[in-house]
Design a protein around this ligand. Structure first.
Ligand SMILES: [Zn+2]
Ligand SMILES: [Zn+2]
Length: 152
């Protein structure tokens, strides 16, 4: 699912502004890694980003991709999905949002829902600690996979 060029451009612009605020240099490598993340809604992992960006920057190393993503995550410029143990997948969408995950093909789609954002944390979870935000992950079968199944 590639994003439309206008949205990509505004994400890239926001990235440059966030780097300036954080006092980070926007090196060509950082900019390319971010641009690749910004142009998709796939929530790719570091290896996927590495394979794609390497086509344009052959000198790029996987280690640089990991370090860049961790650094950007630490500054709140990108967000990371899932828990520590899973293979981390990254997201250029740092606005509050929720995910639809396809259990067949692994597609992760973003959706916004104010009702979920303002949903009070369940009391059952409150005994475990302080709740800072609620992120809902819906699992199911995406439309493309449903079509595939119908066609046999
Ligand atoms: Zn699917
Ligand atoms: Zn997302």
């Amino acid at each position: 699912m590639p994003l439309d060029p206008v949205s990509v451009a505004s994400r890239v612009e926001a990235f440059a502004a966030a780097c300036r605020r954080a006092g980070l240099k926007t090196t060509p490598q950082r900019a390319e890694i971010y641009r690749e993340l910004a142009r998709t809604e796939e929530h790719p992992d570091a290896e996927t980003l590495y394979r794609r960006v390497r086509k344009r920057l052959p000198s790029l190393s996987l280690d640089t991709v990991y370090r860049t993503l961790r650094m950007l995550e630490g500054r709140g410029i990108v967000s990371r999905m899932g828990t520590i143990r899973e293979r981390a997948r990254y997201d250029a969408n740092t606005e509050r949002h929720h995910h639809f995950v396809c259990t067949r093909c692994g597609l992760v789609g973003d959706f916004h829902c104010e009702a979920l954002d303002t949903f009070p944390p369940p009391v059952e979870a409150g005994t475990m600690g302080r709740v800072d935000s609620i992120h809902v992950e819906l699992r199911g079968v995406c439309r493309a996979c449903q079509q595939k199944r119908k066609r046999g």
